[in-house]
Design a protein around this ligand. Sequence first.
Ligand code: FES
Length: 157
Amino acid sequence: MSDRPTTLGLVPQIPEKVHELTVGQLSARSGAAVSALHFYETKGLISSRRTTGNQRRYSRDALRRVAFVRAAQRVGIPLAAIREALAQLPEERTPNREDWARLSETWRTELDRRITQLARLRDHLTDCIGCGCLSLKNCALSNPDDVFGEQLTGSRL
Ligand code: FES
């Protein structure tokens, strides 16, 4: 078995004759824990059919869907947003390279906002050490978006 580089990293290849995967095979090939796969399924991110023995079987493209979900999670995209993105694809097909490029671009703004917020928290963390005030007016941890400082003024506070 060879590995083929994709935009989502190295995705282990499945022999052509294999059309469905057990949850264990999907776990081994995707690197996601079985419990994570079950969780993804309960959240509607992947789906399976049940055998007559009530065992899950996943189609081959579930591997790419899992890679997509894990890549999005790695950059901090909430599962709800990932599910929404997947649901927007025609017939809920598995995202391809162009889908990933387009979706990752739409998530950039949110990622930039989070990076800015984290940088602000990092820069103000030393003020909080040993303080404990958690003031909405002064504390970056308590008010990470500086809602009151930047949007409200004077008597509104
Ligand atoms: S806890 Fe006091 S400034 Fe953050």
